[in-house]
Write a protein that binds this ligand. Structure first.
Ligand code: SAJ
Length: 446
């Protein structure tokens, strides 16, 4: 097929008059963005195909339903699986809309985004693509990927020229811990490779989400905006982390100082912590360096955040004098409070490094490796042995708070002091107050 002189007419003549409200939607990749997204459209009256190349995952979904740590989200997904408004498939099918929700990990060896899953999804969609259909990329990608990589892959592997179908980018916005709420209510950005594509993507999302739909001038701008959001957050956490370390050098406890600073109407210092984890913030800023020589502060912010694990360890070593032969209770393995996710978790890295610490001899003659006891009420499968809170504290020389789970607010400092053999507490998450000092504990706070 060859493209007609008028792109709009070409598409209208070949079927782009499908109403976005009743259109079929195929979601490619049923991870923790794709599956909720498929459920969103299925719950809004669309006939949806959920496509994933892993048959095991589909079987599990069919038999056990969704297993997010958010009950309302599980119900939301299970409902449409039961009614077959969401149907599961291993291979791509024809559909009015195709949403690409596959992972885009960062390839640290080559210093580029690994787009192999995006390419594979586009290769699968291409033969099923009909004139007037719309392909929307949701996976986080370097600017230019939708138009160039996805557009070219679709053209190369199918019969259509890109003038005859719609191609757009609409970034996902799910926040682990409140996926359903953010999926339904957040504003969305859409940017197509031309106006028709932008309009087609906008119409689909406008019918399903309560937030506003903001249209970008093109796909690359939408791609950039997504990366800018997470880069902005990462860099702002880095300034909080650096300020916290500087505050401690000045003998100032960081958080109360930040609260005072934040009284100013244009100041909003974020929370310092042991670093930044999850599948987005530690990775997305790196995508910006792929086609730009001007990335500087962004990379240094990444390094500051990654360096916080070492800083927490320094606080611990300062408190104990030496790690040789010590027992350390670590509270929290997840990358942030109230989630079970340990991807890129600073707590996980901290624990791994402690466990790998070789046997040492302390200046006082004590010796041995570090006995690390990890307690996390949200994490149930990890390649780390997990302990109950009291067992982890029994005879411990130090307690380190690495994750701000709500459960840790209720930890009683008197009970901690009673169980521990020594008195060092490193609080990387701002969970302790004066009562911890009053209980006789030596608290080092970020
Ligand atoms: N963190 C701090 N201090 C803070 C805030 C966060 O140390 O003040 C740490 C957290 O403990 C965690 C990391 O940063 O380790 C990231 O947590 P987060 O809650 O800031 O973000 P994510 O990675 O869970 O989700 C982000 C969100 N992006 C923004 O807020 C700009 C989310 O809205 C996106 O949908 C998500 O990335 C995504 O999928 O891109």
């Amino acid at each position: 097929m060859t493209a007609g002189p008028d792109r709009g007419d070409d598409r209208a003549a070949t079927g782009s008059d499908v109403s976005a409200d009743t259109a079929t939607v195929a979601v490619h990749g049923l991870g923790y963005v794709g599956l909720p997204t498929a459920a969103l459209f299925a719950n809004n009256g669309h006939s949806v195909y959920g496509i994933d190349t892993q048959p095991d995952k589909l079987d599990r979904l069919r038999t056990d339903g969704a297993d997010f740590r958010e009950d309302d989200l599980n119900d939301y997904v299970d409902r449409v699986l039961d009614t077959e408004a969401l149907r599961l498939r291993e291979r791509p099918v024809e559909s009015d809309y195709h949403l690409i929700c596959v992972p885009t990990p960062f390839d640290h060896d080559r210093n580029v985004a690994d787009l192999s899953y995006v390419r594979a999804a586009a290769e699968g969609i291409a033969p099923k693509l009909r004139p007037g259909d719309t392909v929307i990329v949701e996976s986080t990608v370097p600017p230019g990927t939708t138009a160039n990589v996805v557009g070219e892959t679709l053209e190369r592997n199918g019969d259509l020229l890109r003038e005859t179908f719609n191609l757009a980018f609409c970034p996902e916005t799910v926040l682990p811990g409140s996926i359903l709420d953010e999926l339904r209510n957040n504003d969305r950005i859409v940017g197509g490779i031309d106006d028709e594509a932008t309009a087609a993507a906008r119409d689909l999302f406008a019918g399903a989400v309560d937030g506003e739909i903001h249209t970008a001038p093109d796909a690359a701008t939408a791609e950039f905006a997504k990366l800018a959001q997470n880069t902005h957050r990462d860099a702002n956490i880095a300034i909080a982390n650096e300020l916290a370390a500087v505050a401690r050098d000045h003998g100032v406890v960081p958080r109360p100082a930040f609260e005072l600073a934040n009284e100013h109407p244009r100041v909003d210092i974020l929370r310092p912590g042991p670093g930044v984890g999850g599948h987005c913030l530690p990775v997305d800023p790196l995508y910006l360096g792929q086609h730009s020589d001007h990335v500087d502060l962004i990379e240094r912010a990444r390094a500051v955040n990654d360096g916080m694990v070492d800083y927490v360890r320094e606080l611990l070593e300062d408190g104990l004098g030496s790690l040789a032969g010590t027992r350390i209770a670590v509270f929290g393995l997840a990358y942030k409070g109230n989630v079970s996710d340990t991807r890129n978790s600073p707590a996980k890295r901290f624990v791994d490094q402690l466990v790998e610490t070789p046997e040492m001899v302390a200046t006082d003659g004590g010796e041995g490796s570090v006995d690390v006891r990890v307690h996390d009420p949200h994490v149930d499968s990890a390649d780390v042995d997990l302990w109950s809170g009291p067992a982890a504290l029994e005879g411990a020389d130090a307690l380190v708070f690495m994750t701000d789970h709500d459960e840790f607010d209720d930890v009683d400092p008197e009970a901690v002091a009673e169980r521990m053999a020594d008195d060092v507490v490193v609080d990387a998450r701002g969970l302790t107050d004066e009562s911890w000092h009053d209980a006789g504990l030596d608290v080092r706070r970020l």
